[in-house]
Design a binder for this molecule. Sequence first.
Ligand SMILES: [Zn+2]
Length: 178
Amino acid sequence: MCRIDLKFNVQSSKFNDFGMKEYKIETLVHIYEPSELSKDDLELVEAAKRATEGSYAPYSKFRVGAAARLQDGTIVVGANQENAAYPSGLCAERTALFAAGAQHPDVPVTALAIAARKGRQYLAQPISPCGACRQVISGVEERYGTPVRILLYGTEGTLVSDGISPLLPLRFIDEDMR
Ligand SMILES: [Zn+2]
């Protein structure tokens, strides 16, 4: 008897021909044209694009900007910060989210936009947060009890995820430690 219950994104489960339990996990994201984004989303994407100016990327030359919208409308930005000792640097997403947490600890984060460019050219395809940043976004959702709308900008379209769940199924959460 299988006693494991998956918490996130489960579409269906069944026992296969060998008696093993299988889960089908669904991920749903949306692609928006610039003209289809709401005023708030567009504003956040533009803030993420501008935030790439604060990137310090002498090694990768890959400039990433992130902009977090708080529940009171405040926008806090971040950009990737590299270091000669590579792991000591930090991604744009965590720079923004940690700054938001440090400066506005009592205000929930409701959305996060991410943009990246090489040279002056923004990427055509949206880039996704790395695994560590996805985990931090998950932690922010838990901290405030609200999903973080994620906007991944590309010149050919913006990928929108309603919360971290579609980007991070089977994730580790606070409840797992209790
Ligand atoms: Zn990251």
